[in-house]
Each structure stands twice: as structure tokens, then as C-alpha cells.
Design a protein around this ligand. Sequence first.
Ligand SMILES: N[C@@H](CCC(=O)N[C@@H](CS)C(=O)NCC(=O)O)C(=O)O
Length: 192
Amino acid sequence: MLLYLDTKRAPNPRKVRIYLAEKNLDIPIKEIDLYAGEQKTPEFLAKNPFAGVPILELDDGTVLIETLPIMEYLEELYPDPPLIGTDPVSRALVRSWERRCEIGVYLTASRMVLSKGDVSDQARRILMHRLPLVNDGLEGKDWLAGNFSIADIMLFIGLETAHHRGTFQLDPAWNNLARWYDAMKARPSASA
Ligand SMILES: N[C@@H](CCC(=O)N[C@@H](CS)C(=O)NCC(=O)O)C(=O)O
């Protein structure tokens, strides 16, 4: 098994690095220098025509593309500690928060920091509408789905992305989110 990540800390490979650190998994890694365009070489495009990382190459040559299924595959091989729930309900709750944080927070935050003008402003407004809902979801809970999970990793990447250009601040009224963010930053995996 060979995991292709980036050389820096781009959001999607970073998710996998945090996941590996949380699971204490030591999987061989090949770093792809995105700034040097190594994701566009014929060798890499033959593995992933979508030219992105992470990808996971299995020993039989199968290539898994997309962060979420890569983590789900690893979770099936290495279930402990569980980061995607332990039964049908807890798994569904983790996946539900993970989707909402990827689509509602991370992708919106990416649009806010990568776009300009109206597109960026609209993304900021959507984010300012979504984050209080996430704050409410954290009421009385340490982590989004109860126990620490990939949903928390996803939200963390979403907030890091929102802060990327230094033009975004969490509203101090979102006290659950602030507490959660501090706890997340304090986990050793956050510096993976
Ligand atoms: N939907 C994919 C997105 C993968 C992706 O966009 N990766 C970025 C790094 S965060 C990348 O490799 N970009 C290559 C490029 O910028 O050319 C996933 O979830 O894995």
C-alpha cells in the first residue's frame, strides 16, 4: 500500500495526515510536490487523471481516489480507535456531520478564500449562516458526533481554510465552537 500526499499541508492530504496520526498508523507515503506540478506528470496522471492528492495505491494496483473513501477503507482495515462510529447509528451520525462539514463549511470556506468579489462575499454569508448551526450542534458535546471522529477532522480543516487569508474570524458568540477549536488544536494530530 502506498499513500500519495503533498509536500506541504494542503487541506485534503492534511485530513489524511491527521487521520493517520489519530489512528497511529504508519503507512508508506510518497510526497507529490503540487507546486512543482508533480500531480500532472504522465506517471501520476496514469494513477489519477483528476491530478490530485491524496490517492492510495493498493498492492494489487487498485488506486483509491478521494479523501473520504480512503479514510473509510483504512477504517475497515484498522478499526481501532474508531473514527467513523461503531454501529449503524453512530456511523450514520459521523457521516452526516462529516458531509455537512465538508460541503457546508470546507467547500464554502474554500470558495470564500479562493474567489473574489460577489462569489467570495456570498460564500462568507453562507459560512456565517452555517457556523452557528455547527455551534448549536456542539452544545453539551465535546465532539460533533459524540466521540472524536473524522467529522471533527473535517470541521477543523474547514475552519483552517476559512482562516487562510486572515480575513475571517469566528464570532465570539459561538462559544461551543471556540471551545471545540481550542480542544482540536491541542490534539497532537493537529500538528501532523
Ligand atoms: N475531492 C478530492 C479533492 C482532492 C484535491 O483537490 N486535492 C488537492 C489538494 S487539497 C490537489 O491535489 N490539488 C492539485 C492541484 O492543485 O493541482 C478529495 O476529497 O480527495
